[in-house]
Design a protein around this ligand. Structure first.
Ligand SMILES: *Cc1c(COP(=O)(O)O)cnc(C)c1O
Length: 470
């Protein structure tokens, strides 16, 4: 594609994108296709000859678009939000055009220096202390892996990095029973083994029971195991549970155990002063992750990983072959030493665009609106005797189920309900289990969600529930 054609097609695409964002509500929220439909429409063999852009773009519309789930639809209430925003999209265009790699300072000084500044802007906005320095990682899963690797090396004085696990005691990790599954995956990758992830019971409010944590650590020590890492969750994925960070931090401090905080979703709400109580005790944490790519209007991928001791992080990851030495290696930050990948996208640019376009105040207004709308949805279902709130509102997330009089199998009934809701294309919800019950999660977080979207979703839920019960 020559540069003149590129200019023409880029203009066409920008128009298409603006139209899409304006009309996203016309699409079914969750893709309505069956497994294999897109694959069947893609040729089994790669083309030998180049094709015209117009042909590719036509098939994008006819083949790809039906297989898209519209995360930017205001009635996307599933999982957690995966926000985008116009300034973030614009920045991503520039990032793609520059096609730069932010692995070393000298491979694009602006990318590194802006990353240093943006993670510090966010640190201040979230009310976290100056002792944290950070980087942008791909995902919370990856940042938590870095934390587990740091904890492993802290325990073994970097022996495991050098010569593996032989001769080391069994290392243990502690998380709330409500914690995200990524921790277990990371524990497998980091060599701890999934069996060494100890699930600490959660209390009635879905938060880690700190007394139970203390006893489990003591039991493990008595068995000769080495407690390596505690992971506190702020905003658990199923129910939004918020672990008592200060209590957990004090336990870790007393035993010199590495403390990582997983605030992947709820961390964005720390820009709201009225929610900063959640991170009380964060000065006791060694590592902290949250995802602006969830709730802070910044396109995936953008996960912020803060660490208290950056030398320990760098020592965990650093490798310096001759071909990666830069002229300035000793004086500058080379972010390749801050995590697993070598190559890194220029992700700070979209944060810069977002933070400057909205300002902290603008972002605060949007998150407060989402929390209000979550409350509106919660209160409406709480007031209806046919529905049960199965976990309380945390920020903008709660869970519920339909409990019509005389229904024997509520799990199967609510499974039918959520399937019917999502098949309608009108709104999209996902499920979880609370105390063994099958329940529906409702989180509000899409940027353009307004009160009428909540009213429409409530109507849909009530009508659909009545219909499948009839
Ligand atoms: C979403 C989520 C994760 C995983 O985030 P990724 O960035 O997709 O890896 C981890 N922990 C919690 C609490 C989450 O909500």
């Amino acid at each position: 594609m020559d540069k003149e054609r590129f200019r023409q097609h880029a203009h066409e695409l920008v128009d298409w994108i603006a139209d899409y964002l304006e009309s996203v509500e016309d699409y079914p929220v969750r893709s309505q296709i069956q497994p294999g439909e897109v694959e069947d429409r893609l040729p089994a063999f790669p083309p030998q000859d180049g094709e015209a852009f117009s042909a590719i773009f036509e098939e994008f519309k006819s083949v790809v678009m039906p297989g898209i789930t519209h995360w930017q639809h205001p009635k996307f209430f599933a999982y957690f939000p995966g926000n985008s925003s116009p300034p973030s999209v614009l920045a991503e265009m520039l990032t793609a055009a520059l096609g730069t790699n932010a692995m070393l300072w000298q491979t694009s000084p602006a990318a590194t220096e802006m990353e240093i500044r943006m993670v510090d802007w966010l640190r201040q906005a979230c009310g976290l202390d100056e002792g944290f320095s950070g980087s942008i990682q791909t995902t919370a899963s990856e940042a938590s892996l870095s934390a587990l690797l740091m904890a492993r090396e802290k325990c073994s004085d970097y022996r495991i990095n050098a010569s593996g696990f032989q001769g080391e005691p069994v290392l243990r990790i502690y998380v709330s029973a409500e914690a995200h599954s990524s921790i277990e995956k990371d524990a497998k990758i980091a060599g701890y083994g999934a069996d060494n992830v100890v699930k600490v019971p959660a209390n009635d409010d879905f938060a880690m029971d700190a007394d139970a944590l203390e006893s489990l650590i003591a039991e493990d020590e008595a068995r000769g195991y080495k407690p390596a890492c505690v992971i506190a969750t702020l905003g658990a994925t199923g129910t939004g549970g918020i672990d008592p960070l200060r209590r957990i931090g004090e336990i870790c401090r007393a035993k010199d155990i590495f403390l990582h905080v997983d605030a992947a979703w709820a961390g964005s709400a720390l820009i709201l002063p009225e929610w900063q109580w959640m991170s009380d005790g964060s000065e006791l944490a060694d590592s902290f992750v949250f995802n602006p790519h969830k709730w802070l209007l910044t396109n995936f991928d953008c996960s912020i990983h803060y660490v208290r001791n950056k030398q320990a992080l760098i020592r965990t990851f650093s490798i310096l072959p001759e071909y990666l030495k830069g002229a300035t290696t000793a004086e500058v930050t080379d972010f390749r030493d801050w995590g697993v990948p070598l190559g890194r996208r220029f992700r700070a640019l979209k944060l810069w665009f977002v933070l400057r376009s909205y300002g902290i105040k603008g972002l605060q207004d949007i998150l407060r609106r989402h929390i209000e709308l979550g409350k509106k949805a919660h209160d409406a279902l709480a007031a209806d005797p046919e529905f049960e709130i199965t976990s309380p509102l945390k920020l903008s997330l709660f869970t519920f189920r339909h409990t019509p009089y005389g229904m024997a199998d509520l799990d199967a009934h609510n499974e039918r309900l959520i399937r019917a809701l999502n098949d309608s294309g009108e709104a999209y919800f996902t499920q979880t289990r609370v105390h063994g019950k099958y329940v529906i999660r409702w989180q509000v977080g899409q940027v353009d969600c307004e009160p009428h979207h909540i009213d429409e979703a409530l109507n849909l839920i009530k009508l659909t529930a009545a219909r499948i019960n009839a």
